[in-house]
Design a protein around this ligand. Structure first.
Ligand SMILES: [Zn+2]
Ligand SMILES: [Zn+2]
Length: 127
């Protein structure tokens, strides 16, 4: 798979029951459908991510799904307005730029989700 931002090959990383794809160039992460929810273990994540706080410029949506090549849709969740994440219109998964995973975990308001994300990032990147 290619990074939707810079076309570098993504590296598959395994953590717990998840397989996540990571770009060493830009630090972005690809989660297959359902994996982000598993990582965050947050029942209200869908609500958090489905709320849109602002209209996102459609012309800015130039990233392609690493699985099918479809142009991804950008979203700005109401609970984390600093985050603009991309999803495949066919439901393949979610692309998060560097730092957006931690921001979403914080926005979820769940200490457990923050703890899991912190452990995930520490294990994968030694952060
Ligand atoms: Zn990249
Ligand atoms: Zn796709």
């Amino acid at each position: 798979m290619q990074c939707p931002v810079d076309k570098e090959p993504l590296i598959a990383l395994e953590w717990d029951e998840l397989e996540v794809d990571y770009c060493t160039e830009c630090g972005g992460l690809w989660f297959d459908a359902g994996e982000l929810e598993l990582l965050l273990d947050a029942p209200d994540l869908a609500r958090l991510l489905s709320g849109e706080s602002a209209s996102v410029d459609p012309s800015a949506a130039k990233r392609l799904c690493p699985l099918c090549g479809a142009r991804m849709t950008q979203h700005c969740p109401a609970g984390a307005p600093e985050v603009i994440y991309d999803t495949c219109p066919k439901g393949h998964g979610v692309w998060l730029d560097k730092g957006e995973l931690a921001a979403i975990a914080r926005a979820s308001g769940s200490d457990e989700a923050c703890g899991r994300v912190a452990a995930f990032l520490a294990d994968l990147f030694g952060a």
